[in-house]
Design a protein around this ligand. Structure first.
Ligand code: ADP
Ligand code: ZN
Length: 679
């Protein structure tokens, strides 16, 4: 029997392998084509990954079926080879079925529905063209030292807040377009940064397409085709924009590369920054990572010469960096008697500075990384604290009437009587943004006070409105969670207060200190961004119970490099990233026993494999232990951490530990997270 041609298709289904079909009798397919194939009783979409002669030694025992059809609207579009290679890398690296990875490349609706009108307002506002700033010497040097025409290389642009990084990106995109190529601009959370998109729109007009989570399916589909069919040249988006198959790619920029929100935490748990670098590799184009507070991963890669480092040490026009003052709240507590009007979370210094800024008609922002009224609702008679029935988390009081779980959104009405002893009256402990707002309204009754947290800002439009009001100085005091720390540029904001800075560095995570340093530096960077070189700088007041914490000391001195050196030493001692790679295996189920048993079995398998295969001997296996949130949405959670200096070896080890997964009991689930950001 002569060999016959077979077609391997990555099908959108939870299958670890691609499936084999026969060619269609009437048309030919190539690698990258989008096809429809029979899968059980249904039809499934898939991407052709190989057309090859059937291996005579390995002929399938059951009858192969032919491909059903080529999907019409993709007939002229097969996935570019570089994109396919990137998708295959994703599937391999993150241990995720290739068909499910490739399925993320396509728009949500079919093209034929394109003309249907959506009744929502159009995607980015009409904007007028603005003449670009003349780049200063530092900016120009940075742009000139990025060899856009020379293919793949990765560049880390480390520039202090307000040093004009965005202006550098704009110039790089201008050059990319002039060379007839396209570019991708990746942002952590696109709805939080309307000003950035505005600046791109002012420079590039209708050349830009924007993809983000708040578009309708129709809008998303249209933007996708605009890029794919070459009507637009710059794709701006959050991490998922990388899946759009952009041909002729000349540049990828990842702004705020240190941001945790580049990591997707469900299904395909990928890190958009890392995947952007790999996409640049396969497309042979430059990748730029930008930040005022680079991640230690990127910083180490720059030190090791894997990335080219560009530093911009001064703010634009020599505007001064803000002056940072640290207040020891332990001492404040002792002086509490002084002023009954002043709430105990507010130091006298910060209160006075607020008065002074407001008198000068300048704006003030308070950052508190915790929303709601209070953190803990607690009965002083019996000690009962009110917890979520579904999660191992205390409920947060909102608006003095609701108790809410910040993890599963469980709600209940707040009653003052203790539900446990029925005698005590519940009291509220801890501070949240709502309480800060309430107190500030009392202290500054004639000022306009706005709050920006996930309760108030629920859409892109909310954020745009807030930004406009801040720009027009219609808001005097802004209170917010970390969502106000990112990328915003308000010329009249000259005082930033950081309340309870301790929240971020006290989290049980090896990255807590790094995150805290980033948050403090980024938020400080919002202050005094437009004061002139000879004017007094913006002010930042950090309130903390731990003034000596590394994240505070180094942020106060604007010393990123000092911080990075110190923190890299800590990480090296503990074998944590960026020195070692980590994989987390989380075991979850509604039955705690099942979770514990499965976790134990997983750990035994790991130990056994380490003993059996010398290549795995150096891999560290930590746990099993209860996860930091031990119960979430009624699922108990345990985890196992695997660490190794070799990412390849670790990948092979995880595959072996999980094996064919048939041994895992049906009721339990093992969730694999490669390079986890949250433990
Ligand atoms: P970063 O992204 O580094 O925080 P931005 O690019 O937002 O900094 O720049 C800070 C501010 O300085 C912005 O308002 C921007 O318009 C302005 N700016 C940037 N480059 C220049 C320049 N070369 N000349 C004058 N103003 C500039
Ligand atoms: Zn809950």
């Amino acid at each position: 029997m002569s060999e016959r041609l077979t077609v391997r298709v990555a099908v959108d289904a939870p299958l670890s392998e691609s499936l084999t079909y026969l060619p269609h009798p009437e048309f030919q397919v190539r690698r990258g084509d989008v096809v429809s194939v029979p899968l059980g009783k249904r039809q499934a979409q898939g991407v052709v990954v190989a057309v090859e002669n059937e291996d005579p030694a390995n002929v399938s025992s059951f009858e192969l079926k032919p491909i059903s059809e080529r999907i019409e609207e993709f007939a002229s579009l097969s996935l570019p080879e570089a994109h396919l290679k990137w998708l295959e890398w994703m599937s391999d690296y993150y241990l995720h079925p290739l068909g499910q990875v490739t399925s993320l490349c396509f728009p949500p609706l079919s093209k034929t529905q394109k003309e249907r009108k959506s009744n929502r307002p159009p995607v980015i506002p009409e904007v007028s063209h603005r003449t670009p700033h003349q780049l200063n010497v530092e900016q120009q040097n940075c742009v000139d030292s990025i060899p856009l025409e020379k293919g793949f290389s990765t560049h880390l642009v480390h520039g202090v807040t307000g040093s004009g990084k965005t202006e550098i990106y704009l110039e790089l995109f201008t050059r990319t377009l002039a060379a007839g190529k396209k570019g991708i601009f990746l942002l952590p959370e696109i709805s939080l940064t309307p000003q950035l998109i505005q600046r791109f729109a002012e420079r590039f007009g209708d050349q830009i397409a924007v993809l983000h989570s708040q578009l309708t399916d129709r809008e998303r589909t249209n933007q996708w085709w605009d890029i794919v069919e070459d009507r637009k040249s710059i794709l701006i988006g959050a991490r998922s924009a990388l899946f759009c198959p952009v041909k002729n790619l000349g540049l990828i920029v990842v702004d705020e590369e240190h941001e945790g929100s580049f990591k997707q935490d469900e299904k395909l748990k990928y890190n958009g920054r890392d995947c952007a670098i790999m996409q640049g590799h396969f497309n042979n184009c430059c990748v730029i990572l930008g930040s005022a507070t680079p991640s230690l991963e990127s910083w180490k890669n720059a030190l090791d010469g894997k990335y080219v480092l560009h530093q911009i040490k001064n703010r634009v026009n020599n505007r001064p960096l803000p002056q940072i003052e640290v207040i020891d709240m332990r001492l404040e507590k002792e002086q509490e008697k002084v002023d009954i009007l002043r709430p105990n979370w507010l130091s006298e210094k910060l209160l006075n500075a607020t008065h002074a800024a407001l008198e000068r008609k300048e704006q003030v922002a308070f950052l508190l990384n915790r929303r709601g009224m209070s953190q803990l609702v607690f009965c002083p008679s019996c000690g009962h604290s009110v917890e979520c029935p579904n999660c191992d988390i205390s409920l947060t009081l909102h608006a003095n009437v609701h108790l809410v779980c910040h993890y599963c959104d469980y709600h209940e009405n707040f009653k003052t009587q203790c539900p446990s002893c029925k005698e005590g009256e519940l009291i509220n402990l801890g501070l949240g943004t709502e309480k800060v707002e309430e107190d500030l309204k009392r202290l500054f009754p004639d000022k306009v006070i706005a709050r920006a947290d996930r309760d108030e800002i629920t859409s892109r439009l909310d954020m745009e409105e807030l930004v406009q009001k801040m720009e027009k100085s219609e808001i005097d005091i802004l209170i917010g969670t970390q969502m106000i720390a990112k990328g915003l540029d308000f010329s009249n904001l000259t005082l930033v207060g950081l309340l309870l800075a301790d929240i971020s560095f006290n989290l049980p995570d090896f990255r807590a200190t790094e995150r805290s340093f980033q948050l403090i530096t980024q938020m400080s960077g919002r202050s005094g961004r437009h004061v002139k070189a000879d004017e007094s700088p913006g002010k930042v007041v950090i309130q903390t119970y731990n003034t000596e914490h590394d994240s505070i000391r180094f942020a106060q001195a604007h010393d990123f490099e000092g911080f990075a050196t110190q923190e890299l030493q800590n990480r090296q001692q503990l074998n944590y990233p960026p020195f070692h790679r980590v994989v987390s295996l989380r075991i979850q189920a509604t039955d705690l026993n099942k979770v514990q048993q499965t976790a134990q079995q997983l750990s035994l398998r790991a130990q056994m494999l380490k003993e059996k295969f010398p290549v795995f001997a150096d891999i560290e296996v930590l746990g099993p232990a209860a996860a930091p949130i031990a119960k979430l949405r009624n699922q108990f959670r345990y985890h196992l951490l695997l660490k190794s200096a070799q990412s390849r070896t670790l990948n092979q080890f995880v595959r072996k530990v999980l094996g064919d997964t048939k041994w895992i009991p049906k009721q339990a689930k093992v969730v694999v997270d490669i390079d986890p950001l949250n433990l």
